[in-house]
Design a protein. Structure first.
Lengths: 198, 359, 819
C-alpha cells in the first residue's frame, strides 16, 4: 500500500499529510504510532527504530513519546474530562501539575472538568483529546483527521489550539487531513498519492 | 526393693491407662497415705511355698521379675528381662470376671551391646488374659508365659520355662536352680523407709539359664545366669522418695549381692541390700561406710542417667566399678526407666543387672 | 505498580457508570459461590459427623473380627487370641431402651483398646478405675444427655438395671452410650459374650486365625469409607449435583455480564492501547480486575452460603436421620479450608466464565473493526460441531443407562442427558425457528423469525440454563410426587393398627396388656418387636409380625408365594424388604440364614415387601418365632385395633393410667401425619435448591437479554427508520423472546420426564434400593411451563420497556453511528 515513503518531521515542526481517500496517509500515521506494523522500511523517532519494536516496546513508545488524536476523539466514556486529560500522563508516570493546569487553561476546559464525554460537543471532545495527547509532553503529536467530525469554525479553532500548544512544547506535529485549507496552516505539506509522496 | 521400679513403672503404666495424675500420686508418691483397705506388710511373716508364688490380691501391688545375664558360644553378651506386674485398682472383695479390680502389665526386653528391644502389654484380671497360678506354677499375660516344668520344686522355683515375643524380638529360656530361694531384707520383710513403708520380698538368684534369643529376626543360642525377684506390698514407698538405683550382682564363688539406693527429694539417700552366700544364707548388709556413686552419665531422651557406678561395701571388702553392656538400655514403656545388664571389676569381678527409675 | 493501579482505575470507571451490570456480574458470582459453598458446607458437616461416628471406638476404620454365623461369640475367643499374640480388644454392642427411646450401647475394654482406635474418648481423661469398677460410668455425647433430659451423674434404668452414672464425653456421637464391656454384658444380659474384636496395629507375631478360633470368626478389613458415608452417598451426591447445577447456572450469568461489559468496553480498551498500554499489561490488569471482583463476590457468596447452609441444615439433618439414621449436629461448624475453597471456586469460576472475553481481548487488534459476517460463519460451524457433540453425549448416556450398574453411573446418565440436551438446544431452536420462518408469508413475520434466529447465539447460554433448570425441576418434581403418591398408599397399608404404643419396659408392657384385655373397645392387641442381626456383612433388622388379619389384609407385599401369610406362621419362612432383596439379589423361594443368639436361623423367602425410607435391610418373620430366636427382643411395642370412635378416649385413658407421653403412644392418624411430615422434610432441601436453581436461571435469562438488548439496537434502528413504532418494535421483541423461551420450555418437558425416569428407575434403585412406579403429573408440568414463561416475561420486560421508551434521538444516533 505504501511504497518508499520517506518523511521526516523535526522538533517544533508541523507537517500536514494530505492525499485523497485510500492514498495511505492514515496507514502511514498508524505505522509511525506503532499501531500497525510495516512490511519493510524504517520509522525512526529520535534514536528509536519504531518498526523494530515489540508490542510492549511500541506501547511504551506511544505512552512516553507520542500523542495521538483521532477523528472519533476516542475519549473514555466512563471517565470525566479531568480524568480523561490525565490518565495517559499518569500511566506514563509523567504527570506535571503545572503543565496540566496550563493545558486546561489554554484549552478552555476549566468549566468542563467534571463532565463526561457524552455531555460535550464535538469540538470540546477534541480539545480534551488534544489535551490528553499533550499531557505527557510527547516528542511528536500525531493527529488523524482531527477535525473530520467538526464544522469549519470549530475545526479552525481546535487546530489553532493544537498549533499553539505544539509551538509551546516544541514537539513535532504530524497531521493527516484531506483538507488543503487546513493543511496550508501548517509549516510544511506532504502530499501522498497512491502510497508514494507526490 | 528389687522389683523396685515396679511400682513406679507400674503407676506410670496406669497413668497411660487413664488413672491420671491423681492415680499416679497414689500409685507412687502417696502410696503410704492411701493404702487404707489394702493388706499391710508386717515383720515376721512365715512364707509358704508354693502358695506365695501365686498372687496376693489383698495387697495393692505385686511383681514377678526375672533378669538374665546371657552369652552365646562366642562369648558375646546379652541380657533378657521378663516382668509381670499386678495392681489392684481398689481394695475390698475381689470382683469376678470383668468386675475384677486387678490390672496386669507385662514388660519384656532383650539387650545386646548394640540393641535394646522392649515390649509392653496390659490386661484386665478376671477373664484369663493374664494371671498367676501357684500350682502348677504359671504366670502369663497374652502370649508371654513363665511356667513350671516337670519336676518343679516350689522351694527352688525351678525348673522354669520363660518366653516372650514382641514385634522385633522374642526369646525362650529354661531356668534351673540347684539351691532354694532366698528371703531378702529381714527374713523376707524389706524395709523401704523409717516410716513403715515395706514389702515382702524373696528372690531366686541362683538360676542358670539357657535357650534362644531372636533379635530383629536373627536367632542366637545363649546360656548364663538369671535372677528372680518376687515382691508385694501395699505402700512400698514414702511420699518423698523419688526413685531408686538397684543392683543384682553375680559375685565370684557363687556369692550374690542385692543392693539398692532410694533417693529422697531432699537429696538424702538410703542404701539397703543383702549379701547371699553360696549356701543360700542371706544377711542384710551392715550400715555404715557403704556407698554407691555415679561415675559416668548417658543422655537418653533428654534425661541424664548415671550408667556407670562405683560401689563400696568396706565391711565386705568390696570396691567395684560397674559398666553397662548397653548404656542405652532404656525401657520406653508407658512409664519409662532404665534396665539392663552390667559388668563390674575391682575387688570382685562379674556380671549383673542395673535398674534405675525416677530420672 | 502505580501504572497498574491507574489502568485498573480506568477499567473500573466503567462499572461506576454501569452499576446494573456490575450488580449482575456480582449477583452471578455470589449466587454461584453461595449455592456451591452452601451445599459443600452441608456435605462437610455431615462427613465430619460420619467421621466422628466412625472414629468412635473402632468404627469401620479399624480392622476387626466378627462372628461368622452369630451376632455375638464367647469372650474366651478373645482370651485365646490374646494368648496367641493377637493385639485384639473386645467390644460388645447392642441396643437399650431408656424411657422408651432406643440407644446404641457400646461396651469397650479400655485397657486393651488400641491407641489408634479412637483413643478411648473419656476413658483417657478420667479414671480407669471409676470407668471399670462398679458402678462404672456411662459416657454419652452432650446431645444425648440433652435428648434424655438428664443431668450428668444421673442413673437411668434400662432392662430392669440401674445404669452407671452418666458422664459427658464431647467427642461421642449422639445416640451412643459407652460403658465398660463387663457392664455392657450385664445390661444386655449377654454374660461372657462379645460382638467383635478390634485389631490393633501392633506387629507382634501371632498364630493364624483358624488355628486359634477355627471357623468361628471372620476378619473385616478396615474401610476408608464409613458405613454412613456409603449409605448417604446418594444423598450427598444429590446435594452436590444441585450445587454444581446452581454453580454453572450462576456462571452463565457471570459469562453474559462479562461478555456485555467487554463489548461495551471495547472502545475503552482500544483507547488504552493507543495511549500506550501494552496488550500484556492490559490483559494482566483485566485479570486483576476480574480476580478482585471475584474475591469480593466470593466473600459475600461465602457468607450467603453459610446462611443457606445454616437454613437448610435442620432439614438436611432431619433427612439424614430419617433416611439413614445418621446423626448430624444442628450447629454448623466449618473448617478454614471451606472458606479457602469457596474463594477459589469463585475466582476459578469467574476466570472460566470470562475466558472467552479475555481471549478476545488478547487477540484484539488496536485498530480493527468488527466483522459480523465472518462471526456468523464461525457461529454456524460451531452450531454443527455442538450438535455432533450432543449426539455423542446422548450415545454415552444411552450406553451408561444400558450397561452401567452403579449410583455414579446413574448420575452420569443424568449428567450426560442434561449436557447433551443443553448442547443440542441451539440446533433445536434453529430448526424450530427455521420452520416458523418457512411458514411465514408477510415480510415482517419473515423478519421476525429470521431475526429470532440471529438472536439465538447471544441467548443460547441463558436458554441452556433455563432448559436445565426446568428439566431438573420437572424431573425432581415428578420423582417427589411419584414417591409421595406411592408412599402414601404404602403407609396406609403399613400403618394398619389404630393405636401404637411403646411401654417404658417389658414389665409395664405386660401390665398394659393385662389392662387392655378387659377393655371391650380393644378388638386386638398386636405385639411388635424387632431385633438386630446381620446378613452379608451388613446390619439388618428382623421384624416380628403377629399372625393377625390386620397384617394379612393390609400389609403390602410386592411379590409373594402362594399362601405366604400361612407359611409364615411356623417360623421357618420370612419376607424380605425390597432393599435387601435388591442388594443381595434375593427372590421368593431363596433361602437365607440369619445369625441369631442361638445360632443361625435358616429361613425361606416367601415374600418381598416395600420398606421405603429404611436404610437397613429388613427381614420380617412371625412374631412368636422372633421372640423364640431372639429372646432379648424388647416386648414393649404393640399396636391396637380399636373402634374408631373409641380411639381418643382410649389413648387418653392409657396416657393417664400408665403415664405415657406423646412419644410413647400415638394414634394412626398422628403416626401418618408424622410420617408425612418427615417425608416432606426429607424433600424440602431438594425443593429449596430446586427453587434456587430456577431463580438463578431466571436471572441468567434476564442478564442475557439485557446484554442482547444493547447490541440489538442497531438491528432495530433500521426497522424504526422504515416506519415501525417503538411500541410495535417492543411488542415484537417481547414476542420473540417469549417464543424462544416457549420452545425451550417445551423441549424441557420431555427432557424433564426423562430425568424423572432416570431418577426413579436408576438412581433411586441404586441409592435407596427401591424402585417406584413412574407417574406423570400434567398439572405440575403446566404449572412449571407457566413459571418458565413468567420468568421469561419478567426477564424480557426490562429491556423491552427500555426500548419502548427509548428517545428517537438515540435511535438516530445509533443508526448514524453504525458503520
Amino acid at each position: 500500500m505504501l511504497r518508499g515513503v520517506d518523511l521526516a518531521v523535526g522538533a517544533g515542526e508541523s507537517v500536514a499529510l494530505t492525499g485523497e481517500s485510500g492514498s495511505g496517509k492514515s496507514t502511514l500515521l498508524h505505522l509511525i504510532a506503532g499501531l500497525d506494523a510495516a512490511d519493510s522500511g524504517e520509522i525512526r523517532l529520535a534514536d528509536t527504530i519504531v518498526s523494530k519494536l515489540s508490542d510492549a516496546g511500541r506501547a511504551e513508545l506511544r505512552r512516553d513519546r507520542l500523542g495521538l488524536v483521532f477523528q472519533q476523539f476516542n475519549l473514555i466514556p466512563s471517565l470525566s474530562v479531568a480524568d480523561n486529560l490525565v490518565f495517559q500522563s499518569r500511566i506514563a508516570g509523567r504527570h506535571d501539575a503545572a503543565w496540566h493546569d496550563e493545558l486546561v487553561e489554554r484549552l478552555g476546559l476549566k468549566s468542563l472538568l467534571k463532565r463526561y464525554p457524552e455531555q460535550l460537543s464535538g469540538g470540546q471532545q477534541q480539545r480534551v483529546a488534544i489535551g490528553r495527547a499533550l499531557a505527557a509532553k510527547p516528542l511528536l503529536l500525531l493527529a488523524d483527521e482531527p477535525t473530520g467530525n467538526l464544522d469549519e469554525d470549530t475545526a479552525d479553532e481546535v487546530l489553532r489550539l493544537a498549533r499553539d500548544l505544539v509551538a509551546r512544547t516544541g514537539c513535532g506535529f504530524l497531521m493527516v487531513t484531506h483538507s488543503a485549507r487546513l493543511a496550508a496552516t501548517l509549516d510544511r505539506q506532504v502530499n501522498l498519492h497512491a502510497g508514494v509522496i507526490a | 526393693m528389687s522389683a523396685r521400679l515396679s511400682r513406679r513403672a507400674f503407676a506410670g503404666g496406669a497413668l497411660a491407662l487413664g488413672l491420671g495424675g491423681k492415680a499416679f500420686a497414689q500409685g507412687f508418691a502417696g502410696l503410704g497415705e492411701t493404702a487404707e483397705g489394702f493388706a499391710a506388710v508386717t515383720p515376721g511373716r512365715t512364707f509358704d511355698f508354693p502358695a506365695d508364688h501365686g498372687p496376693h490380691p489383698p495387697f495393692r501391688i505385686e511383681w514377678w521379675y526375672v533378669t538374665a545375664n546371657l552369652s552365646d558360644a562366642g562369648g558375646v553378651m546379652y541380657g533378657a528381662q521378663w516382668t509381670l506386674f499386678r495392681q489392684a485398682m481398689r481394695p475390698g472383695p475381689q470382683g469376678e470376671g470383668w468386675a475384677s479390680q486387678q490390672v496386669w502389665m507385662g514388660h519384656a526386653a532383650v539387650t545386646s551391646a548394640t540393641a535394646h528391644r522392649v515390649g509392653e502389654t496390659l490386661a484386665r484380671g478376671g477373664i484369663g488374659q493374664a494371671g498367676v497360678e501357684a500350682a502348677p506354677f504359671r504366670a502369663w499375660i497374652d502370649g508371654w508365659e513363665m511356667r513350671g516344668l516337670d519336676g518343679f520344686n516350689a522351694q527352688r522355683v525351678a525348673p522354669l520355662e520363660l518366653n516372650a515375643a514382641a514385634a522385633d524380638f522374642s526369646y525362650a529360656l529354661r531356668l534351673d536352680a540347684g539351691r532354694p530361694l532366698v528371703l531378702q531384707g529381714d527374713r523376707g520383710y524389706s524395709r523401704k523407709s523409717d516410716r513403715g513403708q515395706a514389702s515382702y520380698y524373696y528372690s531366686q538368684p541362683f538360676f542358670t539359664a539357657s535357650g534362644r534369643l531372636v533379635i530383629d529376626g536373627k536367632p542366637v543360642e545363649v546360656s548364663g545366669h538369671a535372677w528372680m525377684d518376687r515382691e508385694w506390698s501395699s505402700q512400698p514407698l514414702a511420699a518423698d522418695q523419688t526413685g531408686w538405683d538397684w543392683f543384682s550382682l553375680h559375685l565370684p564363688g557363687n556369692e550374690k549381692l542385692m543392693l539398692y539406693r532410694l533417693r529422697q527429694k531432699d537429696g538424702r539417700e538410703n542404701l539397703f541390700g543383702n549379701w547371699i552366700t553360696p549356701d543360700g544364707r542371706s544377711a542384710e548388709i551392715a550400715a555404715g561406710g557403704n556407698s554407691i556413686t555415679p561415675l559416668a552419665t548417658t543422655e537418653i531422651d533428654g534425661r541424664k542417667l548415671p550408667t556407670s557406678w562405683r560401689v563400696t561395701l568396706p565391711a565386705r571388702g568390696l570396691a567395684i566399678e560397674t559398666t553397662p553392656l548397653n548404656p542405652k538400655s532404656w525401657m520406653g514403656t508407658s512409664f519409662p526407666y532404665w534396665e539392663g545388664p552390667i559388668r563390674f571389676a575391682g575387688s570382685h569381678a562379674g556380671i549383673g543387672y542395673l535398674e534405675m527409675t525416677g530420672y | 505498580m502505580r501504572r497498574v493501579l491507574w489502568i485498573l482505575a480506568v477499567l473500573l470507571s466503567h462499572w461506576r457508570r454501569h452499576p446494573m451490570q456490575l450488580a449482575t456480574l456480582l449477583i452471578g458470582l455470589i449466587s454461584a459461590t453461595a449455592l456451591w459453598s452452601g451445599v459443600q458446607a452441608l456435605n462437610q458437616q455431615a462427613r465430619t459427623a460420619y467421621d466422628r461416628a466412625a472414629a468412635t471406638f473402632g468404627g469401620s476404620r479399624t480392622a476387626m473380627l466378627v462372628g461368622k454365623d452369630s451376632a455375638t461369640f464367647p469372650q474366651k475367643l478373645f482370651v485365646d487370641l490374646r494368648r496367641a499374640g493377637w493385639p485384639v480388644s473386645p467390644m460388645l454392642e447392642g441396643r437399650v431402651q431408656i424411657e422408651g427411646r432406643s440407644f446404641r450401647l457400646l461396651g469397650v475394654e479400655p485397657v486393651t483398646l488400641p491407641a489408634e482406635v479412637g483413643n478411648a474418648p473419656g476413658v483417657g481423661r478420667g479414671s480407669l478405675q471409676s470407668f471399670v469398677t462398679p458402678p462404672g460410668e456411662m459416657l454419652v455425647g452432650p446431645e444425648t444427655l440433652r435428648d434424655l433430659d438428664l443431668e450428668e451423674g444421673a442413673r437411668p434404668q434400662a432392662n430392669g438395671i440401674t445404669l452407671p452414672p452418666l458422664r459427658v464425653q464431647r467427642e461421642l456421637t449422639p445416640g451412643v452410650l459407652v460403658v465398660d464391656i463387663g457392664i455392657a454384658q450385664q445390661i444386655l444380659k449377654l454374660p461372657d459374650q462379645v460382638s467383635r474384636l478390634l485389631i490393633g496395629k501392633s506387629k507382634t507375631p501371632h498364630a493364624s486365625l483358624e488355628s486359634v478360633a477355627g471357623e468361628k470368626l471372620r476378619m473385616i478389613e478396615p474401610d476408608a469409607e464409613t458405613d454412613l458415608e456409603r449409605l448417604t452417598d446418594s444423598f450427598h451426591l444429590n446435594l452436590t449435583a444441585f450445587g454444581l447445577l446452581s454453580f454453572f447456572v450462576g456462571l452463565f450469568i457471570v459469562n453474559s455480564a462479562i461478555g456485555l461489559a467487554f463489548e461495551q468496553r471495547l472502545p475503552m480498551l482500544r483507547t488504552l492501547r493507543a495511549c500506550g498500554v501494552s496488550a500484556r499489561m492490559l490483559n494482566t490488569v483485566l485479570v486483576i480486575e476480574l480476580v478482585s471482583l471475584a474475591l469480593l463476590a466470593g466473600l459475600i457468596g461465602l457468607v450467603c452460603g453459610y446462611f443457606i447452609a445454616a437454613a437448610l441444615l435442620p432439614d438436611v439433618a432431619a433427612s439424614l436421620r430419617g433416611l439413614y439414621g445418621a446423626q448430624i449436629p444442628g450447629q454448623l461448624s466449618l473448617k478454614p479450608v471451606w472458606w479457602l475453597a469457596g474463594i477459589a471456586i469463585s475466582i476459578l469460576g469467574a476466570l472460566a466464565a470470562a475466558a472467552a472475553s479475555l481471549a478476545k481481548a488478547i487477540r484484539m487488534p488496536v485498530l480493527a473493526t468488527a466483522q459480523p459476517q465472518a462471526w456468523q460463519q464461525a457461529q454456524r460451524r460451531w452450531l454443527i460441531l455442538q450438535t455432533a457433540a450432543a449426539l455423542a453425549v446422548f450415545a454415552v448416556a444411552a450406553g451408561l443407562a444400558r450397561f452401567g450398574d452403579s449410583l455414579i453411573a446413574g448420575f452420569a446418565v443424568l449428567a450426560a442427558l442434561m449436557l447433551g440436551a443443553a448442547l443440542i438446544l441451539p440446533m433445536v431452536l434453529q430448526i424450530a425457528l427455521g420452520l416458523g420462518q418457512r411458514s411465514a408469508r408477510k415480510p415482517l413475520s419473515i423478519w421476525f423469525w429470521a431475526d429470532s434466529r440471529q438472536q439465538l447465539s447471544g441467548l443460547s447460554l441463558a436458554l441452556m440454563a433455563l432448559l436445565l433448570a426446568l428439566a431438573v425441576n420437572i424431573g425432581v418434581g415428578t420423582m417427589v410426587q411419584s414417591f409421595s403418591r406411592t408412599f402414601l398408599v404404602w403407609l396406609d397399608g403399613r400403618l394398619a393398627a389404630d393405636v401404637y404404643l411403646s411401654a417404658a419396659s417389658d414389665a409395664q408392657a405386660s401390665e398394659i396388656k393385662a389392662w387392655l384385655r378387659d377393655r371391650p373397645e380393644v378388638a386386638a392387641i398386636l405385639p411388635g418387636g424387632r431385633a438386630d442381626s446381620q446378613l452379608g456383612g451388613a446390619p439388618i433388622e428382623v421384624l416380628g409380625l403377629p399372625d393377625h388379619a390386620t397384617y394379612r389384609d393390609n400389609w403390602p407385599l410386592l411379590e409373594s408365594a402362594a399362601n405366604a401369610w400361612v407359611r409364615l406362621r411356623p417360623g421357618d419362612t420370612c419376607f424380605v424388604s425390597e432393599q435387601l432383596s435388591r442388594r443381595m439379589k434375593l427372590a421368593v423361594g431363596d433361602h437365607i440364614e440369619v445369625p441369631a443368639p442361638g445360632g443361625n436361623w435358616p429361613l425361606e423367602i416367601v415374600g418381598i415387601y416395600a420398606d421405603y425410607g429404611n436404610p437397613k435391610g429388613q427381614v420380617a418373620v412371625n412374631y412368636a418365632a422372633l421372640t423364640r430366636r431372639f429372646p432379648q427382643t424388647p416386648l414393649n411395642r404393640m399396636g391396637l385395633r380399636v373402634a374408631p370412635d373409641q380411639i381418643a378416649p382410649l389413648v387418653a385413658a392409657l396416657q393417664q393410667k400408665f403415664g405415657l407421653d406423646d412419644r410413647s403412644i400415638a394414634d394412626q392418624a398422628t403416626m401418618k401425619a408424622e410420617s408425612k411430615r418427615i417425608f416432606n422434610r426429607t424433600f424440602s432441601v431438594t425443593a429449596a435448591l430446586n427453587t434456587f436453581t430456577l431463580g438463578v436461571a431466571g436471572i441468567a435469562l434476564l442478564t442475557s437479554l439485557l446484554t442482547l438488548a444493547n447490541s440489538r439496537l442497531p438491528q432495530l434502528a433500521p426497522l424504526w427508520a422504515i416506519g415501525l413504532t417503538r411500541r410495535r418494535l417492543a411488542a415484537l421483541e417481547l414476542l420473540k423472546t417469549m417464543a424462544i423461551a416457549l420452545i425451550t420450555a417445551l423441549f424441557a418437558l420431555p427432557l424433564g420426564l426423562l430425568v424423572a425416569w432416570c431418577l426413579l428407575a436408576i438412581v433411586n434403585v441404586k441409592a435407596f434400593g427401591w424402585r417406584l412406579p413412574f407417574h406423570v403429573f400434567p398439572l405440575q408440568l403446566i404449572e412449571l411451563l407457566a413459571v418458565a414463561m413468567l420468568a421469561a416475561l419478567c426477564a424480557a420486560a426490562l429491556p423491552v420497556a427500555r426500548l419502548a421508551r427509548m428517545q428517537p434521538a438515540s435511535l438516530i444516533r445509533i443508526f448514524a453511528n453504525e458503520r
